[in-house]
Design a protein around this ligand. Sequence first.
Ligand code: FES
Length: 150
Amino acid sequence: MSETYTLYGQTVMDHFMNPRNMGDLPDADGVGEVGAAACGDIMKISLKIQDGKITDARFKTFGCGSAIASSSMATELIKGRTVEEALNFSNQEVVDALGGLPPVKIHCSVLAEEALKAALEDYLKKHPDVAAKVKEKEAARSAAPETANA
Ligand code: FES
């Protein structure tokens, strides 16, 4: 086994060797494509959204093993979430679910967060009514007084 191979945990290797949700969604409601300035890798995420919930997600990644594993995991984690929940998605969730990534590969998980958010932005651009509702909810949330746990 090579040294590089041992840098990665079993979950990362599983999602790299057997990626979930690979491909395109021909009737996607939102598509986001981003590139990493650091390495030139490219990630595309497509979403199917119904009644405010992500019902399906696919990815296409031109990049390293961590980027492929991150896209695979991100598309798994995001299915079933509401648009509002997905807008708060963080790359840390991907890192945790993968059981960790080497420090130099953290940006691969950031790429997954950015591709997902770009796909959500694309969806919200096409659905200004939903975008307005999301903004309203965010404004109400930030205006609400913080409650302290006793
Ligand atoms: S090395 Fe750049 S996305 Fe993985």
